[in-house]
Design a protein around this ligand. Structure first.
Ligand SMILES: C[S@@+](CC[C@H](N)C(=O)[O-])C[C@H]1O[C@@H](n2cnc3c(N)ncnc32)[C@H](O)[C@@H]1O
Length: 852
């Protein structure tokens, strides 16, 4: 027997959810297929609404016919040319989309005009189309979608979820589900205010003079920049590339991570711990629901009332059926959630605002989704760049299912489905994470129980910052084809929603913004995301690790313009002909040209001494080396105080270009070090000197050994300023590092002036304490820390933040340096205003020498 057509099976399943047997579905489906020339899309639209309608109508027609026969009064209704309906749809004049007054799939409100047996009840369908025109969903403004960089004030409508009380509406399959009363506060986070809006004195990241920032410390550790154009393991390129013929080389880093690293679990969305605190998030006060390591974002309460508890909330409403409605304040729309005894959940949205508008035409589903996504992405700072409406609906289904399951305590396997055909298969009790929504915070590890809880997090939307869809598609393709992904992961990547802009949603953890809950496993604070475990030790006091999300690779925050395009990188920028291990090859590949015709790494994977010494020297005495000056420094511009001070200069960095995915060489190629990730045993420990947590090595490290990449959120400097103003406490342990390698090149746009911020999202590098002391087109690259001398096991690893301890202009946070170095620049000061030097803080990683 041939396997059943999956579309047929799906249709059967959908109808089964309504209590309609296959037997009844079959003939009607056949008719519809014939009518629609096997155009399944028309049938599948709105979760098979046409099919359901027809079945009901056919049934009713049969019943009526029977009645009439019994009465001997057969009507002579004219035949209805149903093909007209299809043609109308095809012409795009109207489509049988959902609307308030039109029936739901549950069939409860289906109208059943008379039809002759064997007739397709076109009148019904016509009515349906007509009713959509007469009583259409709220018309969506036809304004062009805003760009992601725009910040819009956000709507403050509260959506109230109410249940309807007519159990009969659920149709044959109707069954009482837990009644739930919820309110969804749709207040998103307000757009961050620009400094000029605040009327406050702007704060500027401190810029240490080069003399000041140079360390006189004779420590033998240094940092090198790993300039790459990689994001999430993918090579990123700036808009114009001049990679191959400049001394400051961008290193397009290949999917830069080790075979063991689950790189695609990097979050794309970031929860920020403050916004909820100030009450801007749409998730404010929202309880979270967690199941099997997966967390579901539930709808929220309003006015402090938590009505997400299915049982208690429902009792307030004493509703007995399984439909919920979300009614915005202005009563312009309703959202209905219906479920069946089979666990199917259907969500339908009806808008009334356009009712009566003579011009209204139902938009296509694609257009609708796209506009919605654009609106959300441009209005709310709470969404990830791959946000898509279908997923949102799927999440809603998951919530409904979860609440329902909690109520019924049934652990049946359940299918939930939205009216736009999102299928979500639940695990035990409903929602599960088996579709690639792992819990970021737990990850199966034993969490440290005493993690300090900070203010509740703010949800920030990150932007993929790609220039066009093609780029992103290319990126996604690359991700999916990555051979390090398991089949399941690939499937997940592929299965994750593609939003209407064609952007593939990459597997990502789901964050719950009701408090930082990044609990840390004392045995591995990286929770398996690095090749080696990174343990935690506190032999000094009972302080807990600050809450943050461990991420092994950078994430990009909304406006940061991290352009990437694999497609744009031509053969001249990568060595497609190289093979095996480039270090062993007699012919130098293009990547080596980037570093002056030599590879930077030794066969042992260490940075060559010569290169290292140059870096150390540059960092110690930048004035002697090359500084570049912006015509208009983004840092000054960020101050937004109307006074544009001259640029204080930026160090022209030395870069390493590693081989990457466009290279023909092996992943084991010796010119791939940083991309393999942490390779030495590190430990986060409580420092005895009162510096808080620090990072130490648990093994001896030779000079030039790669320690770790500095990972955090990629922010624009403007965003960084805003955060500092918005969240003063964030400066307490601020971790901003400026990616200013090319800032000296003319006038950089705001979105191109980037920095790394590891306070909320970061890796081990965020614990590296301070001690002692390109290419103009590239404004995004990776930052890597290497040892500048031999380091003994148990030694703390430090770097020079480049703090200008003399600069008291920064009311950000003061700390008294306890590095203990006799060369400490802060040695005579009991307290200096402190801010990690954005200008130089990242170019010098001086690992502290013992005893200094
Ligand atoms: C990048 S974080 C380093 C990790 C930090 N120690 C922690 O516990 O999270 C920077 C913060 O560490 C502390 N810190 C770093 N280096 C220090 C030093 N040499 N002396 C005193 N405090 C230091 C300061 O509070 C600073 O704001």
């Amino acid at each position: 027997m041939p396997p059943p057509n999956p579309r047929v099976a799906k249709a059967f399943r959908a109808m089964k959810g309504l209590g309609i047997s296959e037997e009844k579905v079959k003939p009607v489906l056949k008719k519809l297929l014939k009518l629609y020339d096997k155009n399944w899309e028309l049938i599948e639209e709105e979760n098979y609404r046409v099919l359901a309608d027809l079945i009901f109508e056919t049934e009713e027609a049969l019943r009526e016919k029977k009645d009439l026969e019994n009465d001997g009064q057969m009507d002579n209704e004219p035949e209805r040319p149903l093909k007209r309906l299809r043609l109308r749809y095809q012409e795009g004049q109207a489509s049988p989309s959902l609307n308030t007054s039109s029936p739901s799939l549950d069939g409860m409100t289906l109208k059943r005009p008379k039809v002759e047996e064997h007739e397709l009840p076109e009148s019904r369908l016509q009515h349906q189309s007509q009713s959509m025109i007469e009583s259409p969903p709220k018309r969506i403004e036809s304004q062009p979608p805003s760009t992601h960089s725009e910040m819009h004030p956000v709507s403050s409508k509260s959506l109230v979820v109410q249940e309807r009380s007519d159990p009969s509406r659920i149709g044959d399959a109707g069954r009482t589900q837990p009644a739930v009363m919820r309110r969804i506060n749709s207040n998103p986070i307000s757009s961050p205010m620009r400094l000029r809006d605040r009327g406050k004195e702007p704060l500027a990241p401190q810029i240490a003079s080069r003399e000041k920032s140079s360390s006189s410390d004779k420590s033998s550790h240094a940092v090198l920049f790993k300039e790459t154009t990689v994001e999430h393991g993918i090579v990123l390129l700036p808009r114009q590339k001049k990679m191959h013929n400049t001394p400051a080389l961008i290193t397009p880093k290949e999917e830069p991570f080790t075979d063991d690293v689950s790189q695609f679990e990097v979050p794309l969305a970031v929860i920020h711990p403050e916004v909820l605190h100030v009450g801007h998030s749409s998730f404010e006060n929202g309880p979270r629901h967690k199941q099997h390591g997966s967390e579901i974002l539930p709808s929220n309460s309003v006015n402090g009332e938590d009505k997400t508890d299915g049982v208690s909330a429902s009792s307030n409403e004493t509703r007995s059926n399984c439909e919920l409605s979300i009614i915005p304040d202005e009563s312009s729309a309703t959202l209905e959630v219906g479920s069946s005894s089979f666990g199917e959940v259907k969500i339908s949205l009806s808008c009334k605002a356009a009712a009566g508008s003579p011009d209204f035409r139902m938009p296509s589903l694609d257009a609708l989704l796209k506009l919605m996504e654009d609106k959300c992405l441009s209005s709310y700072k709470v969404l990830d760049p791959n946000f898509c409406v279908t997923k949102l609906m799927s999440d809603m289904c998951a919530c409904a299912l979860e609440l329902g399951s909690a109520f019924t305590n049934e652990s049946q396997e359940t299918v939930i489905e939205t009216s736009i055909d999102i299928m979500e298969k639940s695990g035990v009790n409903g929602a599960s994470d088996d579709r690639g929504m792992p819990s970021y915070s737990l990850n199966g590890s034993v969490d440290k129980p005493c993690v300090a809880q900070k203010a509740p997090p703010q949800l920030l939307r990150l932007s993929a910052a790609c220039n066009d869809v093609d780029d992103h598609m290319q990126l996604c393709k690359d991700i999916i084809s990555d051979e390090r992904l398991t089949e399941q992961e690939k499937e997940q990547n592929g299965l994750e929603c593609t939003n209407s802009r064609g952007l593939v949603v990459i597997q990502q953890p789901r964050f719950i913004p009701d408090g930082i809950r990044a609990l840390h496993d004392v045995n591995d604070i990286a929770k398996g995301q690095e090749r080696l475990t990174i343990s935690l030790a506190n032999e000094i006091n009972s302080e807990c690790l600050p809450s943050f999300y461990y991420i092994p690779q950078n994430v990009v925050f909304q406006n940061a313009n991290v352009n990437f395009s694999l497609a744009r990188i031509g053969g001249d920028s990568c060595c497609a002909t190289c093979f095996g291990d480039c270090l062993l090859s007699s012919a130098l590949c293009a990547c080596a040209h980037e570093t002056g015709g030599n590879f930077v790494y030794t066969l042992e994977g260490l940075v060559k001494e010569e290169f290292l010494d140059k870096c150390i020297s540059m960092n110690r005495d930048p004035q002697k080396h090359c500084l570049s000056y912006c015509k208009e420094c983004p840092l000054e511009r960020s101050k937004d105080d109307g006074i544009l001070e001259p640029c204080k200069g930026h160090l022209v960095r030395k870069f390493i270009k590693e081989c990457w995915s466009k290279c023909g060489c092996s992943k084991q190629c010796g010119n791939r070090v940083v991309q393999r990730g942490i390779n030495c045993n590190l430990q986060v420990f409580m420092t005895p000197e009162g510096k808080g947590w620090g990072l130490r090595t648990l093994e001896n490290l030779p000079k030039g050994a790669f320690v770790c990449e500095y990972v955090g959120e990629v922010l624009t400097s403007a965003e960084l300023y805003e955060r500092i103003l918005r969240i003063p406490s964030s400066a307490e342990r601020a971790y901003p590092v400026l990616l200013d390698a090319d800032w000296g090149s003319g006038v950089l746009k705001d979105e191109e002036a980037l920095c790394l911020y590891a306070t909320y999202y970061g890796n081990v590098a965020r614990f590296v304490n301070h001690s002692g002391g390109g290419n103009p087109d590239h404004h995004y690259y990776h930052l890597a820390l290497f040892t500048t001398r031999k380091v003994e096991a148990s030694e703390e690893l430090t770097w020079d933040y480049g703090i200008d301890f003399d600069d008291n202009d920064h009311p950000v946070k003061a700390f008294r340096c306890r590095c203990g170095s006799k060369f400490c620049r802060n040695i005579k000061r009991s307290s200096s205003k402190y801010f990690i030097d954005l200008d130089t803080g990242y170019d010098l990683a001086q690992m502290k020498e013992n005893g200094q």
